[in-house]
Design a protein around this ligand. Structure first.
Ligand SMILES: [Zn+2]
Length: 714
């Protein structure tokens, strides 16, 4: 195709790759744990920065589907990971050699200003770092390695200039090779910083470091290794070095005043459709969700002694919240075990022996309830109570435990906005969708700000009008409204949907905040079910893949919309946090780290060139620059995410499918550190993210317009 050549000609493909950090060589020299110990109660959940013992521990966590909030990072060569976990899980990790470094956010901290405490120090410049181990390798002096500078980029943000470099050594199997980068600015200032070894899934990738502050524009960079290797001298390139057209006078933006719940989003969709009738369709997606609802559940007996978990077959809101359960002593000898449900009370009368003593066990009670009241109740022996005598206890009430009072308890219709002058499939289509993960509160703000910018400016700005003439835009502001309702009302760390596929003891209501399916692991390409890494079969895992590919309404809706509109050629899956811009492949197999097929050179060029444009547009708002090390294929720059939506859109439907992780780290000049923002930052930060990433989505529309123009010209 002629068109493709147009993209290829633009660059000789500096395809960006990066991977998980590790630096075993200096792990032993790492500073000790912080002075004040970090404590969580066993059941308390928190977002914790943990220093992992080694790469193997990280690999095990990823393979087990750990709820990794972000990509593991190096600090002085140590592996730091942000994990959502309970006190019990943290204790297990600690016993295996990990160290908690910082509690980023505790459950319930949803709107608290925790920006100052988020994500502890990242690698500082040269201060405090171990000097390169030159001379330690005299016996291996003959084995001088060769160094290749794969990336060297600089940029300026907030008045501070940064330099980031990526260098590969040919001594790939030597974990102790140390690489140092030396730089010089135009006015002659010099300096250096170390790079750290990156391995992913046990394989060496290259050495890199976080962006380092430099006084002014660097004009020269070289790398040296502890084995004696010296790279060629390179001139760092400006990143991203692409700017969008300046905003015209009178351009309208800033339509976001607060975080938006799914109910708020529903209202806004309705208002936009009313206000911009000629430019908007509202599409009801075909698969209604379960809704903000759950089975009523509780304990029969005494959880401290012996208990059976009893839950309603119907949802709690279906007249089952507040039903009571109890066990009674019949007060007579030789009575059988009986189960009776009357007046909203489930009564289990325990069997007695010849002396009149109750003799029923937990297992017998659970079996009796399941046998005699299968239409109304399910019973499971509580973990640890198997075979124990059933105590006389109750009545206690069972309920769904849901706190939200404003959320309708019925299946939810997920909606998409369709924007454009010609909404008939004749124009190239763009899809932006957000909040697959419930706790990522800033993400619908991004897509709704984007939608309203396109609509409001269509009347006043000819360039916006022209975009809506040429492009057919689809927006799903919240893919996972049930989980989002739960995140706003009950448990702010909720990532998954509200469907509970657990069986047996895992249905104990003490696990309520761990149920649900990870929507972005429930798709069909490169899935857990196909043997790919980064999702779990454990229904309590943060990355639970579901019972089968597309088992969930939420994921099925995204694919249904894309399939129904084959003109869609570009898509953006909006997540938070961390500041990433990514594309396929998003998953690899554990054995040999075999990724899904790499895009062709032409397509990789399109992904990268478009990424630079979009990164430039994001920076236009408040100078936020997405790092080159975090711009690239998901499997390389973040982690393997088996069964994610972008991979299905790309590999199955041929859509150029990207992912944002909005919420870039902020540079703190007072501490010389990059600081993270978390899932639910103070609103000012979320607002800033909505403005800058909405600008990125507008640029994606321009990319689509240019692509379509090139296609028709070709
Ligand atoms: Zn996410």
């Amino acid at each position: 195709m002629i068109v493709r050549r147009r993209w290829t000609a633009a660059a000789t493909t500096a395809i960006l790759i990066s991977a998980v950090l590790s630096h075993p060589g200096s792990a032993a020299a790492a500073p000790a744990a912080p002075a004040s110990p970090i404590t969580l109660t066993a059941t308390e959940t928190a977002l914790v920065r943990v220093q992992l013992r080694d790469q193997a521990q990280l690999d095990r966590l990823v393979a087990a589907g750990a709820d990794l909030a972000n990509r593991p990072r190096a600090r002085d060569g140590r592996i730091l990971a942000d994990l959502v976990l309970t006190g019990t899980q943290l204790a297990e990790l600690t016993a295996q050699g990990a160290t908690a470094v910082q509690v980023v956010q505790r459950a319930g901290d949803g709107t608290r200003n925790y920006a100052d405490s988020v994500r502890a120090a990242q690698a500082r410049t040269t201060a405090g770092l171990r000097a390169p181990a030159a001379g330690q390798r005299t016996t291996a002096a003959a084995a001088v390695d060769t160094l290749q500078v794969q990336q060297a980029y600089w940029w300026t943000t907030g008045g501070q200039t940064f330099l980031q470099a990526q260098v590969a050594t040919t001594a790939t199997d030597d974990p102790d090779v140390e690489i140092t980068v030396s730089w010089r600015t135009a006015d002659g200032a010099t300096g250096s910083f170390p790079l750290y070894r990156f391995e992913d899934s046990g394989e060496y990738q290259y050495h890199y470091n976080l962006p380092q502050p430099v006084p002014t524009r660097p004009v020269q960079l070289t790398a040296t290794s502890s084995l004696g290797g010296v790279s060629r001298v390179v001139t760092p390139a400006l990143w991203p070095n692409v700017s969008p057209p300046p905003l015209p006078a009178g351009y309208q933006k800033d339509f976001i005043d607060a975080y938006l719940t799914p109910i708020d989003i529903q209202a806004r969709i309705k208002r936009l459709a009313r206000q911009y009738r000629d430019l908007v369709d509202v599409i009801d997606l075909p698969n209604r969700t379960q809704g903000y609802r759950r089975n009523a559940a509780g304990y029969l007996g005494d959880p401290a002694v012996a208990a059976v978990v009893v839950e309603s077959v119907r949802f709690g809101d279906q007249n089952m919240n507040g039903v009571q359960v109890r066990t009674v002593d019949p007060g007579r000898a030789n009575r059988p075990l009986t189960v009776n449900y009357r007046d909203r009370v489930l009564t289990v009368s325990l069997a007695t022996d010849t002396a009149g003593k109750t003799v029923s066990t937990t297992d017998e009670v659970a079996a009796a309830i399941n046998a005699r009241q299968p239409e109304r109740f399910r019973a499971t022996v509580e973990d640890g109570s198997a075979g124990l005598p059933m105590p006389v206890a109750g009545p206690t009430r069972i309920d769904d435990g849901l706190q939200g009072t404003e959320v309708p308890a019925r299946p939810w219709t997920v909606q998409a906005l369709r924007l454009g002058v010609h909404r008939d499939g004749s124009r190239v289509g763009v899809l932006a969708y957000s909040q697959e993960h419930a706790r990522e509160w800033a993400t619908p703000l991004v897509t709704l700000e984007f939608a309203e910018r396109m609509l409001a400016n269509a009347r006043t700005d000819p360039a916006t009008r022209e975009l809506l003439e040429q492009v057919d835009i689809f927006v799903i502001p919240t893919v996972n409204p049930d989980g989002a309702n739960y995140s706003f009302n009950d448990f702010n760390f909720q990532r998954k949907n509200l469907v509970n596929h657990c069986t047996g003891a895992a249905r104990d209501p003490k696990n309520r905040t761990s149920w649900g399916v990870d929507i972005n692991r429930n798709y069909t390409v490169g899935s857990y079910f196909d043997g790919y890494v980064g999702a779990s079969a454990n229904c309590l895992s943060g990355n639970y893949a579901g019972t089968a590919e597309l088992s969930e309404a939420e994921s099925s809706n995204v694919i249904a919309l894309a399939k129904d509109h084959p003109n869609i050629k570009f898509a953006m899956n909006v997540h938070s946090y961390g500041g990433y811009f990514m594309w396929p492949p998003g998953a690899y197999r554990a054995d040999g780290r075999i990724t899904l097929p790499r895009p062709s050179i032409d397509e990789s060029t399109l992904f990268l060139n478009s990424a630079r444009r979009i990164v430039g547009a994001i920076a236009q708002e408040r100078g936020t620059v997405t790092w080159p090390s975090q711009t690239g294929p998901v499997a390389d720059v973040l982690y393997s995410a088996a069964g994610n939506s972008a991979d299905q859109l790309y590999y199955e439907l041929g859509i150029f499918a990207w992912d944002f992780e909005v919420g870039n780290d902020r540079w703190n000049p007072a501490t010389n550190q990059w600081e993270g923002v978390g899932f639910q930052p103070p609103f000012d930060e979320a607002h800033g993210e909505s403005q800058e990433y909405a600008g990125g989505l507008v640029e994606m529309v321009r990319v689509a317009r240019d692509y379509a123009a090139a296609e028709s010209a070709g």
